[in-house]
Write a protein that binds this ligand. Structure first.
Ligand code: AMP
Ligand code: ZN
Length: 136
C-alpha cells in the first residue's frame, strides 16, 4: 500500500517525476538528487515499507536481485571501478526518508568519497558477550 504523505511512495508510483533508470510492477530505480558520485541510484519498492524492519521477505529478496542487475548494468555503462550498496534504517543510522530504499553508489578511483566507520578494538570476551546476546 502507498502512504499519502510519503515522497518516495509518490516517486515510486510516478506521481512525482524522477530520473528513472528502471521500472517494473514492484520497483522503480531512480537517480539520487544529491549524488555521492556519478550514477548514484536508489532502489524504491512501490509498496510502502518504512524500513527493512517492515519490508516483506519477497520485496527484500527482489530488491537484492535488482541491485545485482543494476550493479552489472551501471558498472558496464559508467565504467566505475566498484560500487557500494548502502541501506540505512532509522534516524540514528542515517535514514532521512522513511520509505525503504537501497543506495547504489558507483565508485571511481580518487572520487574523494568515504563510506566508512571507525574500527574499534574489542576483546574476545566482548565479542563472546555480544554473540550470546544475539544468538541465545
Ligand atoms: P537516506 O539518508 O538513506 O534516507 O537517503 C535518502 C536519499 O534520498 C538521499 O541520498 C537524498 O539525496 C535522496 N533524495 C531525497 N529526496 C529525493 C528526491 N526527491 N529525489 C531523488 N532523491 C532524493
Ligand atoms: Zn512510502
Amino acid at each position: 500500500m502507498k502512504k499519502d504523505d510519503c515522497i518516495f511512495c509518490k516517486i515510486a508510483n510516478g506521481e512525482i517525476s524522477s530520473k528513472t533508470l528502471y521500472e517494473d510492477e514492484e520497483f522503480r530505480v531512480i537517480l539520487d538528487l544529491k549524488p555521492a558520485a556519478k550514477g548514484h541510484a536508489l532502489i524504491l519498492p512501490k509498496e510502502h515499507a518504512s524500513s527493512l524492519y517492515e519490508l516483506s521477505d519477497e520485496a527484500a529478496s527482489k530488491a537484492l536481485v535488482l541491485a545485482k542487475k543494476m550493479a552489472a548494468r551501471m558498472t558496464d555503462r559508467l565504467e566505475c571501478d566498484g560500487l557500494n550498496l548502502v541501506q540505512n534504517n532509522g534516524e540514528t543510522a542515517g535514514q532521512t526518508v522513511m520509505h525503504f530504499h537501497m543506495h547504489i553508489i558507483p565508485r571511481y578511483k580518487n572520487d574523494g568519497q568515504a563510506i566508512d566507520w571507525e574500527p574499534k578494538d574489542v576483546s574476545q570476551e566482548e565479542l563472546e558477550e555480544v554473540k550470546k546476546q544475539i544468538t541465545e
